[in-house]
Design a protein around this ligand. Structure first.
Ligand SMILES: [Zn+2]
Length: 537
C-alpha cells in the first residue's frame, strides 16, 4: 500500500465521496497520486475460545459444540477474510473422552487436536491441563497440531529453549496489519499438573516483556497476548507490558476488563460462547484505534458445519455411545470430590450398594478417590458419559474373603487421614456395614464401632467383600488387602454394574446419606493438614 503525507490524508478524508471516486479514477488514468487509495483503517478480527474440553455440545445439547463454532467461523469469514482464530488453553484434559482408549491407544486429548485441525484454529496457548498426561503425550499432540502452540514462559531446562514444538511468539500479516501474538500460562502448572522435571514455568510478565520486545523488532504494530492465567494475573500482565489486548482463559467465566487500560477478554468454558474481537487499526500508523468485543452465543440455532462433522467422522461412534441413555436416577447424586473423600454421600453408598449386590457380597468398600465426577449429578436421565465421569478408570470389580479383623483394618486405613488430609482419596464409601470413628484419636485406632448386617463385627469371622481391583493391589494404603485371592465379579465391569443399577433402579439410590458412617470427636483438620488445592481450572 502507498502512503501519503498526513496533511494530504486529512484533506482526503474531508472530500465528498464523489470527488474521492474521481480522484481514484485519475490515478487509474496514470495521474500522480493526489489522495489516499488506502483505507483509513483496517480491521483485524480475532475469534477466540478457551477451556474447551468437549467437541460436542454441552448442557444436553443446548450450548457449545465445535461443529457449530465451525459454522460461525465460516460466517465471519464471509464478512471478512482477515480473521485469526485462537484458543486460550486447556483442551487436552480433563474429559471423559481423553481417558478412553480408541484403537488400543488412550486418546489423551487426540480428539481435541483433530477437532481444532478441522475447525481451522490458528493459535493456541498452552494451558495447565495440557500437561496432565505428561510431556511426552503433549509433544505428540503438538506434532499432530496444524496450528501453532504458544508458551513464552514454558521452557526446557536441558535446552534452555521454549518447550519442544512451541513458539514464544509469532507474527502474522492479517489484512495488511502485522499482528504479533505471544502466549503465557499460569506458573503453578508445575505443581498442579504433571509436567516433566525439566519443564519449567517462568514468570509470565518477564516472558511477555521479552516476547513483546522481539515482536516489535520483527515489525509487529499490533500485539495481542494469549494467556492462560487467572484474571488477577492478566491485570498484572497488562500493567507490566504494553499490549493492545489480552485474550484469556483458565477462569471458565466470561470477562471484559478494561480497568488497566488494556482490554482483557475471556469467554466461558466449553465453547458456549465464541468471542469476537475486532481491532480497528489505523492504516497509516498500524496502531489500534479501537477494540470492540462481542460474545456470540453458540446455541442450537447455529447449524452444525458438515465439513467439520465429516472430518470428525471417526469419532462419531464414540460420541454416540457416550450420549446413550443408560437409565435414570430419581434423586440428585452427590459426587463432589471433597464430599466423597470425607464423608458418606448418597452416590458413594449407591455405588457400594450396586457393587455389593452384583457380587452377592456381605459388604462392599469403594475408595472415595475412585469416584471422579466431582459434581452433583442431577436427578433424571443418566448417560454413558456421566457413568464414565463417575468411574473413569479401568479397574475391575472383585470379591475377596476377609476376616473381620482385616475388614476393620481396611476401615482404619480409610479414615487414617481424616484429620491429616482435607481430601483423602482412601476415604471409604461402604455397603452392608455401618461404622463410627473418632477422628480425634490417633490414626489406626479411630474406628470405634463396626456393624455388619446389623450385628457387631466378628474379628474372626469371614466376610465376602466386594471392592475394586485397585484396592486389592494395596493402593491408597490398603496394604491389608494386598495379595488376597480375588475373584472377578461375573456381572461385568464396575461400569456395567453401575449402568445396570441405573437402568433397573435396583438398588435404588437414596435421597440422602443414611448414617452408615458416623464421625465423632474433634472434627477439625490438623494444623498441618494437606489442604485441597484450589479447584483446578
Ligand atoms: Zn486452566
Amino acid at each position: 500500500m502507498k502512503t501519503t503525507t498526513a496533511p494530504a490524508r486529512r484533506v482526503a478524508l474531508l472530500l465528498p465521496l464523489a470527488l474521492a471516486v474521481v480522484l481514484t479514477a485519475d490515478r487509474a488514468s496514470g495521474a500522480p497520486p493526489s489522495a489516499p487509495a488506502a483505507p483509513a483503517s483496517r480491521k483485524v478480527t480475532l475469534l477466540h475460545l478457551a477451556d474447551v474440553y468437549q467437541v460436542q455440545p454441552v448442557e444436553e445439547g443446548r450450548r457449545g459444540g465445535l461443529a457449530r463454532v465451525a459454522t460461525l467461523r465460516k460466517q465471519v469469514l464471509k464478512e471478512t477474510p482477515d480473521v485469526v482464530m485462537v484458543l486460550g488453553g486447556d483442551t487436552l484434559s480433563p474429559s471423559v473422552e481423553s481417558l478412553l482408549t480408541v484403537d488400543g491407544k488412550a486418546l489423551k486429548g487426540r480428539q481435541m487436536i483433530d477437532a481444532w485441525n478441522a475447525l481451522g484454529l490458528d493459535y493456541a496457548v498452552l494451558g495447565n491441563h495440557e500437561f496432565d498426561f505428561g510431556d511426552e503425550a503433549l509433544r505428540e499432540r503438538i506434532r499432530e497440531s496444524h496450528f501453532t502452540w504458544l508458551g513464552a514462559n514454558v521452557t526446557d531446562a536441558k535446552t534452555g529453549k521454549v518447550f519442544e514444538g512451541v513458539k514464544a511468539y509469532d507474527v502474522r500479516e492479517v489484512g495488511g496489519v502485522k499482528l504479533g501474538l505471544f502466549g503465557v500460562v499460569v506458573a503453578e502448572t508445575k505443581k498442579t499438573s504433571k509436567p516433566g522435571p525439566d519443564t519449567n514455568f517462568g514468570d509470565a510478565c518477564e516472558a511477555a516483556r521479552d516476547a513483546v520486545a522481539k515482536l516489535r523488532e520483527a515489525g509487529a504494530t499490533v500485539v495481542v497476548g494469549l494467556t492462560h492465567l487467572p484474571l488477577e494475573e492478566d491485570r498484572a500482565l497488562a500493567k507490566c507490558v504494553k499490549v493492545d489486548a489480552i485474550l484469556g482463559g483458565h477462569d471458565h467465566t466470561g470477562a471484559e476488563d478494561r480497568s488497566t487500560g488494556t482490554p482483557i477478554f475471556k469467554v466461558p468454558a466449553d465453547a458456549v460462547e465464541l468471542g469476537r474481537l475486532t481491532l480497528d487499526v489505523d492504516a497509516a500508523t498500524g496502531t489500534v484505534r479501537k477494540a470492540t468485543w462481542k460474545r456470540i452465543p453458540v446455541t442450537r440455532k447455529v447449524p452444525e458445519d458438515k465439513e467439520f462433522n465429516a472430518a470428525m467422522k471417526a469419532y462419531e461412534p464414540l460420541f454416540a455411545r457416550l450420549s446413550e441413555r443408560v437409565g435414570r436416577t430419581p434423586v440428585a447424586l452427590d459426587g463432589r470430590s471433597v464430599e466423597v473423600r470425607t464423608r458418606e454421600t448418597n452416590l458413594g453408598s449407591f455405588v457400594a450398594d450396586a457393587f455389593r449386590a452384583a457380587a452377592g457380597a456381605d459388604v462392599a468398600l469403594v475408595n472415595g478417590g475412585a469416584l471422579r465426577a466431582d459434581s452433583v449429578l442431577p436427578a433424571g436421565v443418566v448417560t454413558r458419559r456421566e457413568l464414565h465421569a463417575i468411574l473413569p478408570y479401568e479397574d475391575s470389580l472383585v470379591t475377596v474373603e476377609v476376616k473381620g479383623s482385616t475388614l476393620k483394618a481396611a476401615l482404619e486405613n480409610g479414615v487414617s487421614l481424616a484429620r491429616e488430609d482435607a481430601k483423602p482419596g482412601r476415604f471409604p464409601q461402604v455397603s452392608g456395614l455401618r461404622f463410627t470413628y473418632d477422628a480425634s484419636r490417633p490414626a489406626g485406632e479411630r474406628v470405634v464401632d463396626v456393624k455388619v448386617g446389623g450385628k457387631p463385627l466378628d474379628a474372626d469371622a469371614s466376610y465376602r467383600l466386594a471392592t475394586l481391583s485397585f484396592l486389592v493391589g494395596g493402593k491408597d494404603g490398603y496394604e491389608m488387602l494386598k495379595g488376597l485371592p480375588s475373584t472377578p465379579v461375573q456381572k461385568g465391569t464396575p461400569l456395567d454394574v453401575l449402568a445396570e443399577a441405573f437402568r433397573t433402579g435396583k438398588p435404588a439410590p437414596r435421597a440422602k446419606p443414611e448414617g452408615r458412617i458416623v464421625r465423632t470427636g474433634d472434627a477439625t483438620l490438623t494444623k498441618d493438614a494437606r489442604r485441597p488445592p484450589a479447584p483446578l481450572k
